[in-house]
Design a protein around this ligand. Sequence first.
Ligand code: GLN
Length: 724
Amino acid sequence: MSANVQLGIAQAIGAASTWGLKHVFHRPAANFPGKAGLYADPHLIADLRPRIRDGVVAVVGTNGKTTVTNLVADALEAGGKRVVCNRTGANLDSGVATALMHGKGAEWGVFECDELWLARIAPQLQPDYVVLLNLFRDQLDRTGEIALIQDSIADALSACPEATLVYNADDPLCQAIAERAGNARIPFGIAEDMGLSQNTVSDTGMCQRCDAQLDYAWRQYGQLGNYTCPQCGFSRSNPAYAASDIRTSSNGTQLVLRGGAVDLRLYESFSGTYMVYNVLAAYAATDLCDVPFVAFEHAVHEFDPQNGRLQRYEIDGTDVLLNLAKNPTGFNQNLKIVMSDRGPKAVAFYINDKEADGHDVSWLWDVDFQELAAADNLVAFAGGIRRNDMQVRLKHAGIEARLVNGARDFLEKARAANPHATCYLIANYTALPAVKAELDELNETGGTLGSALRVATDCGHGESHPLGNAAAIDAKLKIVHLYPTLLNLYGDGGNVTVLANRARWRGMSVEVERVDLGQDIDLSDADIVFLGGGPDREQRIASRELLAQAGALRNYVEDDGVLLAICGGYQILGREWIMDGQSVPGLGIIGIVTKRADGNAHNRLVGNIALQSALANMPVIGYENHAGRTYLDAACKPFGRVAGKRGHGNNDFDGADGVLYRNVVGTYLHGPLLAKNPEIADYLIERALERQAAKAGIPAPPLPPLDDAVERAANAFMRDKLGL
Ligand code: GLN
């Protein structure tokens, strides 16, 4: 079949399906026509590309894609151009193809592209500009580790060598991509320290070239900031487009944009510091597309995408703000918006775990919810498919959250708790549309909120935690958290939070010591040691450092010290593990070795998993995501047997996970492991107390039970989901 005939068929199918979806099913046609068209003509994007006269911008990155894409498209339109754009965020090849089908006569194309799909889209689309916003941990069950996304974007860029890369130089992960790609590049960044408080987890602190620790002159949030490697000189390129003189107040944000023709002052009523990056990225792109500044300014001023991103409502006299947040960095930025409101407030978090969200919600433990516990006048609620997980997470942040079913339910309960509260709804990807639809309907119909029965207002935070009637244990517990800034993937640091809380709730006094690179490891008075999982690069750095002082950990383990090691941390306890096809020496503390399926970092064992373990009555619930396959020596006992049909654990064959050795628990289970498995947490605390007692020659105190209803509900949810 000739290419023209193929294209004609593809277009006919696309047109018919658009009509069908609109008129028969009353559904917007953001993906399907393109999907059908691509089926008929796999080169549909390339074939339609010549329709766009002046140029094409592709926008990629973890956070802010939809906002930046819409801003750039709006600015081009305000500048009098005809624009085609996948405005609703349909960012796979099907979404881009669908938009292109409507692109006849367009002068510019602006396309949001998914990070991993850019490698498929870019070779056909041949954009003039690729705008790279940032890379944060997000949906890691699709990608495994961020390094793999970097590889994929670098491949995409090499497939469109004529494209100019416009990238966020404040992000070392983007800077590293820019340095690898042969494309022309234009960096943007924030030219001053915004003085923001830092969050616990950042996606890298290490040099992308030589693995040394980066020095930051300032850090905005996550890994974004002004960094230099003291060892090899890798550093943030001087931004060609920069934002400065940033002032935020309750009325909005004022900033100066430099670069392009002139310095421009912009005053806008957007909330959230991440919007500074979004506006800056959009400004750089539009300036490069020769959009006059007045048009850009107009676009920013009028920006009201009505897509649930920072969308405001007033419903029956209540101020409501809806926003999307789908990963720790986005969430932390949202919490800052909530915290900047000094008045009474109610906040609901809606968490789903569908395909587009990622099936894993362990990232909730990388969000600094504990900051909310300091807020006055706050009530919190948990909604969405994984609301039980959300409730557990908030419980461990010191916030007692009530479950809600949707937006109306929340608004009514919030109003009953405090009629004057501003209501914040923060929802992840697939949770957002339903919440937004409910709010839109309430808004359009001028809906009145029912006078829900006045609920008790004790659902804030505070001393009345549902901790059962535990008798206090008079003991001190020291938890040593090894390399928390390197080994912290999939919420693993949450294990330390859970251990500390469960000990404190029983009256123990708890000290948590964080040991980072360059510090000596002294475990002489440690009661529990924790090692989390991490991406390959960080895992290798941590293991190198640990190997240099392996004696401390070995002696501690042989002295029956309690150690919990997860995934990457578990692997490095063995004799060797393999990375990039090369054997990396392990600590040799336990008789295990770790290999790769075929030396391939993409061949990963990923998904929710349950175990039957001798250490717990309930199934042990977790989430695995690893390229390494671990094999136990015959003398070693696993931590548990994989229950049900799903889940792998140690490797593709054994049907077992982890290892038990003395008082060591090694496992592939993230989640974090201890969040939904309180029995395992208590097992570790009990062993620690027994060891203390044995050394003192006294009997160990029994561990009184706690009220674990919330944890058990989250455990039961996953048990059901896994069909157990
Ligand atoms: N980098 C290791 C692997 O992929 C460990 C990953 C992890 O800790 N989740 O096998």
